[in-house]
Design a binder for this molecule. Structure first.
Ligand SMILES: Cc1ncc(COP(=O)(O)O)c(C=O)c1O
Length: 506
């Protein structure tokens, strides 16, 4: 039986786990876990420890799970295809089936899923409308040719109808790649190097944006700025110092003074400020409209490109993403996850004059990729965007998300747990705090350990989510079929047990 699993967030590692429109994260996980056999797997050196909460996540005593985990250790570092899937030897989930809003693990246990693969599922798993379109495309026309197809421009026209700030666009295969393309394009257009991002955000796996605020080593009662540290080993030695004219700078969300000082000193050197306006990697903590407008104005004044990384909120929080909600528009935008309902498709685009620096002409910005705009990706995007544009799927997600927040609010009230929600209903964060957090540093001051205990209990009772309050609850259209009374009962039980365990641990 597993005694402890420890979680790692992409941004930060906390002891014991957890995770606000105000607008929340991705995280990952683990470390050591005492297995059924009593052996402790060493924590990889590059990963820092953050949380331990006793729990059995997957099927209790799941023999197929344990066998698959043991086998996987022979073939993959940490036994997983990518770091963030490892939840400990006993708790790492092996999925056998996914349909609608339900995941089934290899031992037959069913979970109503609010994790949704870190956000890409917007309609539901195995959506027949999208799957049929993809099957038809690849059966009749093929997967890849390395040449253009008529569907490329058709998908871009769909995006342009939903997102009016997009004048020209290019495709990519992942959020990481889309961010890479947007940042390079910003540099190519401005001729500058420096980039600024915001604490608590996550922009994928390229070295230069994998720097974070070290909240673990930060005195939250001080006025000091958290140290900037790399996500892990192996990254290029840093460029991440504010005073470095070519390096990366981390800004704190909704902090006007910091923004003004930054632009005063470095505005003329800065190619881009990149931001998740609703931080899908920090509990859906959201920029205020005033701060975001100020950022927009400063970027315009200094000739700096404003990049909105809408990999998580694009085609989810509204048809036109966060920019539709705010009415504030970026020069360049990245989209990925919900764009293809789980199929791997991404893109970046924006102002025509900026995007037109990309090209195979002398001095052009390079963008390419063998798998770019393959027919699986493009047909999935075409079908998904068609449904999002022509149906009320996103309104359904909003309604269901609102209902779920009401259910959870009643549960927290019944246990006298101070809480706030942040973010839009289709991607909301839960914060055990009096006030909605204004930035990532505020999140550090919350009762995230209690949230972690609550979340692990939910998982135990068949509700799948990331047990870290930095990851929002993702809603898909298929959640409309779920039984809210069941959720309330399960949440009530999970919270009662969490409060008892929390009190006992103090
Ligand atoms: C805001 C944001 N940008 C970029 C990425 C990277 O996307 P991918 O995992 O598809 O490379 C993520 C992933 O979670 C993300 O949340």
């Amino acid at each position: 039986m597993m005694l402890g699993a420890q979680f790692y967030h992409r941004n930060w590692n906390i002891p014991k786990m957890v995770r606000s429109f105000s607008v929340a994260t991705k995280q990952a996980v683990t470390l050591t876990v005492e297995s059924a056999h009593g052996n402790i797997k060493p924590m990889p050196r590059e990963v820092k420890k953050i949380g331990v909460t006793p729990i059995v996540v997957g099927s209790t005593g799941g023999t197929k799970q344990s066998k698959l985990m043991a086998e996987a250790h022979n073939h993959m570092p940490q036994g997983v295809a990518e770091n963030y899937r490892y939840w400990g030897d006993e708790a790492t989930v092996f999925v056998s089936k996914s349909k609608g809003c339900v995941l089934t693990d290899v031992d037959g246990k069913e979970f109503t899923d609010f994790r949704l693969g870190y956000g890409p599922i917007i309609l539901g798993y195995c959506d027949e409308r999208v799957d049929r379109a993809v099957c038809d495309e690849i059966t009749n026309r093929g997967v890849i040719s390395g040449f253009s197809t008529a569907l490329d421009a058709e998908v871009i026209k769909q995006v342009k109808r939903l997102c009016p700030q997009i004048e020209k666009m290019r495709f990519a295969n992942s959020g990481t790649e889309a961010v890479m393309g947007a940042v390079r394009t910003a540099r190519g257009f401005t001729g500058r190097t420096k980039v600024a991002i915001v604490e608590g955000g996550f922009h994928g796996l390229q070295d230069e944006v994998m720097w974070k605020a070290n909240l673990e080593g930060w005195n939250m009662r001080s006025d000091t700025t958290p140290e900037v540290i790399p996500f892990g080993a192996g990254q290029r030695p840093n460029t991440a110092v504010c005073c470095n004219p070519t390096g990366l700078t981390l800004l704190s969300l909704n902090n006007f003074q910091m923004l003004d000082e930054y632009f005063h000193q470095y505005g003329h050197l800065t190619a881009a400020v990149m931001i998740e306006p609703i931080i899908g990697n920090a509990g859906s903590i959201a920029a205020t409209k005033e701060w975001l407008q100020h950022l927009r104005d400063l970027c315009t004044k200094h000739g700096t490109m404003l990049i909105f990384d809408e990999v998580k909120c694009g085609f989810r929080v509204a048809k036109g993403g966060a920019q539709e909600l705010y009415g504030i528009y970026a020069d360049l935008t990245t989209y990925a996850k919900a764009m293809g309902n789980g199929y791997p498709v991404a893109c970046f685009g924006g102002r025509k004059d900026v995007m037109d620096v990309i090209g195979s002409f002398k001095g052009g910005v390079v963008h390419g990729g063998t798998f770019t705009a393959n027919m699986i990706a493009i047909s999935a995007a075409h079908a998904t965007l068609d449904i999002l544009e022509s149906t009320d799927a996103l309104a359904t997600c909003d309604r269901v998300g609102t209902d779920i927040m009401a259910v959870l609010g009643r549960v927290f009230d019944a246990h006298n747990v101070q809480h706030t929600f942040s973010g839009p209903p289709a991607m909301f964060g839960i914060h055990f705090a009096k006030d909605v957090p204004q930035n990532y540093r505020d999140w550090r001051k919350e009762e995230y350990e209690l949230y972690g205990k609550f979340a692990w209990n939910l998982i135990k009772y068949g509700v799948m989510l990331e047990p870290d309050s930095r990851e929002p609850w993702f809603i898909c259209e298929a959640h409309q079929t779920m039984d809210l009374q069941w959720l309330e009962d399960v949440a009530m039980r999970s919270m009662t047990e969490a409060c008892a365990a929390h009190a006992a641990s103090r």
